[in-house]
Design a protein around this ligand. Structure first.
Ligand code: HXC
Length: 521
């Protein structure tokens, strides 16, 4: 090597080392002391070892106000690039809190936009690791413009490439709207916060006193607001969960989800379901146990586990292929659909539909949750979201009614009428306009009044409920009409679903040409 090049390479190595130090050793030590990893340590955990190809390592900000020209850090507070996760491509950006608190300058935003543009052009997911004090205060509107450039790209990329946000520090003000547009938000139990206005502003405006954790910590967003889809105890576990999720997803909307070879036999009988289904229709059981008995190796990656537990959604594999699973959860609110469950289910169904992931739905739903809070809160428009999502979905849709499928909820939960492809029911299924208790009150008002007068109310109600159950609360009327393709032994669930999924692999369905539908928001 000639001595000139040698010198140039030394200079390059020096600059690289400087860029890799971010805000410097003291600030890195402070980051560690607060229980957080650095931007680069996080990328090392996320990507396959040694796979990062970094971009824009020497970019600096352009601000000259507040004597900022004297404070420049190579990379300007965000590490960007691409690499692999389990051998599959991913773009990544990771905000560096050691540089101006990870705050977003015009240059910082341009770096993020560059990877987003590359990702969209080449059909590769983007994962953003967020740890930022928000808009770079010294840059004013240039920073706001930078945020809006990111939001615009998030919107353009929606439904084309999976976008994942991981919150590992503060994420406040308008900055929250990028993660909110992306498909999945991950948070770590400690140190992750998201809010539009922080505790101090809230105190000034509304006189409420609230801590950062209670206002916008991981638990709050996982259980109350539903902003966060996955919570893990610490940064390592959170980043590991991102890698896990990526294993279920295709790279883009024209790609197929990856295949994971399994030793779990396709025709394995589901022996747990028969024992799981209770004798009485009013007893709860855990839908997650039923799902685990059906899917490959019992592996189910639940999405939104802490939010609206009356509906269960998540990813699994069947015969090695990814599926999105939706199930009513009789163990919570008897599996009723309410506002939050409808919104949670709708968002998940739309994600699966956008990314060619077949949807398997397990139905056990007594109906929509009654009550003024639900009606006044807009259960009509929110419930319509789930209906709309299922109706517009063109991916393979397979439905199993395990027990109750009553009223409008029967229609909504991937019924034949909104174009599910295969609809199965267990012999225990009850498919009717409403449950027996409510139905006999309306159908047999006079008989019930007479029985009450003659002191034989209990016997008469039992007789009428039995009569109704035999006539309507079973799967056979629906099977006669072809609304149910087959009444099946629960033990055969796995085999039949996998056979169905294979038959539907080539499914192509197109709706009418239009700019876009108008989902009830
Ligand atoms: C420039 C910032 C900054 C910011 C933090 N820093 N936030 N620099 N712009 N927004 C710098 C600090 O000056 C400090 O620099 C370093 O980052 C670390 O910050 P600390 O305050 O020491 O850290 P900590 O105690 O952990 O507190 C973190 C924090 C706090 C909670 C994020 O820094 C904070 O409240 N920052 C301001 C947040 C904010 O109001 N942002 C604007 C929101 S409005 P030194 O040199 O001392 O290390 C917004 C609008 C977006 O973002 C709209 C989009 C549409």
């Amino acid at each position: 090597m000639n001595s000139t090049l040698q010198g140039q390479l030394q200079e390059l190595a020096g600059r690289e080392r400087l860029a890799e130090l971010g805000g410097g050793e003291d600030r890195i030590a402070k980051q560690h002391a607060s229980g957080k990893l650095t931007a680069r340590e996080r990328i090392d955990l996320l990507l396959d070892p040694g796979s990062l190809v970094e971009l824009d390592k020497f970019v600096t900000h352009r601000c000259t106000d507040f004597e900022m020209e004297q404070q420049k850090f190579l990379g300007d507070g965000v590490v960007t690039g691409f690499g692999t996760i389990g051998g599959r491509k991913a773009y990544v950006y990771s905000q560096d809190f050691t540089v101006f608190g990870g705050s977003l300058s015009g240059a910082h935003a341009s770096k993020i936009c560059k990877v987003m543009d590359l990702a969209l052009k080449s059909g590769v997911p983007v994962i953003g690791l967020n740890d930022s004090g928000g808009a770079r205060i010294q840059e004013g509107v240039e920073s706001l413009g930078g945020y809006a450039e990111i939001f615009w790209r998030n919107t353009q990329a929606s439904g084309v490439i999976p976008q994942i946000s991981v919150i590992l520090g503060p994420c406040a003000g308008g900055a929250v709207y990028s993660p909110a547009i992306t498909d999945f938000v991950f948070m770590a139990e400690a140190n992750s916060y998201m809010f539009v206005t922080g505790p101090d502003v809230i105190k000034t405006v509304t006189h409420e006193e609230v801590s950062k954790e209670a206002l916008g910590g991981a638990e709050t967003h996982a259980e109350k607001s539903g902003v966060c889809h996955f919570v893990r105890p610490d940064e390592r576990a959170t980043i590991h969960a991102v890698r896990q999720l990526m294993g279920y997803l295709p790279l883009n909307n024209l790609d197929e989800p990856p295949l994971k070879v399994t030793q779990d036999p396709i025709d394995r009988p589901c022996s747990a379901i028969g024992k799981l289904l209770p004798e009485s229709a009013n007893q709860p059981y855990d839908m997650r146990a039923l799902i685990a008995d059906v899917v490959d190796d019992g592996e189910f990656m639940e999405v939104h586990a802490g939010y609206s537990p009356n509906i269960v959604v998540g990813f699994a594999r069947m015969g090695g292929r990814s599926v999105g699973v939706v199930g009513n959860q009789p163990a919570h609110l008897a599996g009723c659909l309410d506002i939050n469950a409808s919104v949670k289910g709708a968002r998940f169904v739309r994600f699966c539909d956008a990314y060619n992931i077949p949807i398997v739905t397990f139905v056990d739903v007594p109906g929509f949750l009654p009550g003024t809070s639900q009606e006044h809160g807009g259960i009509i428009k929110h419930g319509a979201k789930l209906l709309y999502a299922y109706a517009e979905a063109t991916v393979p849709k397979l439905t199993v009614i395990t027990r109750k499928a009553y009223g409008g909820a029967y229609d909504v939960m991937a019924s034949k009428h909104i174009r599910a492809d295969f609809n199965y029911a267990y012999p225990s299924a009850e498919i009717a306009v409403m449950g027996p208790e409510g139905a006999i009150n309306i159908l047999y008002r006079k008989e019930i009044a007479a029985a009450e007068k003659s002191g034989k109310l209990a016997e008469e109600r039992t007789r009428l409920v039995d009569l109704y159950r035999r006539t309507f609360a079973n799967p056979y009327k629906a099977a006669e009409l072809g609304y149910i393709d087959e009444v099946i032994d629960p033990a055969d669930t796995r085999r039949l679903l996998i056979q169905g999924l294979r038959m539907l692999e080539g499914k192509r369905e197109r709706g009418p040409s239009r700019k876009h539908g108008n989902i009830p928001l």
